[in-house]
Ligand binder design. Structure first.
Ligand code: AMP
Length: 192
């Protein structure tokens, strides 16, 4: 299974990515987690990414694309992958498409997590308190949502045009949302 997760910060992509990857025994690639690990270790990539992350801005495409292409070459992605937080721009989506076309391993689906803005704020404020993420302050949250609307929202059309988009109602209990996703992926595979 090769899927990408699209949706604003706080939509529950990370939680569901782990469960979907487990279900299909494939790689779980979360770009935000990889960046945070690099920041914590003080690597050159982490140092380059940190100032963008702290402001709630996107890390430049060339850095992200190189990192993800490298990660997708790892063994655990041979059986497929769940990409959480990538792509976030059309340029990133195109880079992913080029790689997958070259390998003749096309995407199966793009899951679009749909959540209301009030629910997002509620969840992100809760996460800020629980995890002390430096990019979950109210001002940064607002900025990240703006960046999402401007840079990432166009991916909904991008994947809809390619017949890959699956809308996911991301409000509800974790298990309910997982069931919705797995049912939708199964229905899409059958319809092929
Ligand atoms: P996340 O945990 O997915 O919300 O990502 C945290 C931060 O990492 C984002 O606000 C960005 O600064 C950076 N980041 C993660 N994924 C990407 C991406 N695909 N493109 C650009 N920046 C990213």
């Amino acid at each position: 299974m090769r899927v990408v997760l699209v949706g604003p910060p706080g939509a529950g992509k990370g939680t569901q990515a782990v469960l979907i990857a487990e279900h299909f025994s494939c790689g779980d690639v979360a770009t935000g987690d990889i960046f945070r690990a690099n920041v914590a270790e003080g690597t050159p990539l982490g140092r380059a990414a940190q100032r963008y992350m702290d402001r709630g801005d996107l890390v430049p495409d060339e850095l992200v694309i190189a990192m993800v292409m490298d990660r997708l070459a790892a063994r655990d992605c041979d059986a497929g992958f769940v990409l959480d937080g990538f792509p976030r721009t059309v340029a990133q989506a195109e880079a992913l498409d080029h790689r997958l076309a070259r390998l003749d391993t096309p995407l199966d689906a793009a899951l679009n997590f749909e959540v209301t803005e009030e629910e997002l704020f509620r969840r992100l404020a809760g996460r800020s308190a629980a995890l002390h993420r430096s990019d979950d302050t109210e001002q940064t949250i607002r900025h990240r949502l703006e960046v999402f609307a401007e840079k990432t929202q166009p991916l909904v059309d991008y994947y809809a045009h390619r017949g890959l988009l699956i809308a996911v109602d991301a409000i509800g209990a974790v298990e309910e949302v997982t069931t919705r996703i797995l049912d939708a992926l199964m229905a899409k595979a059958k319809a092929k």
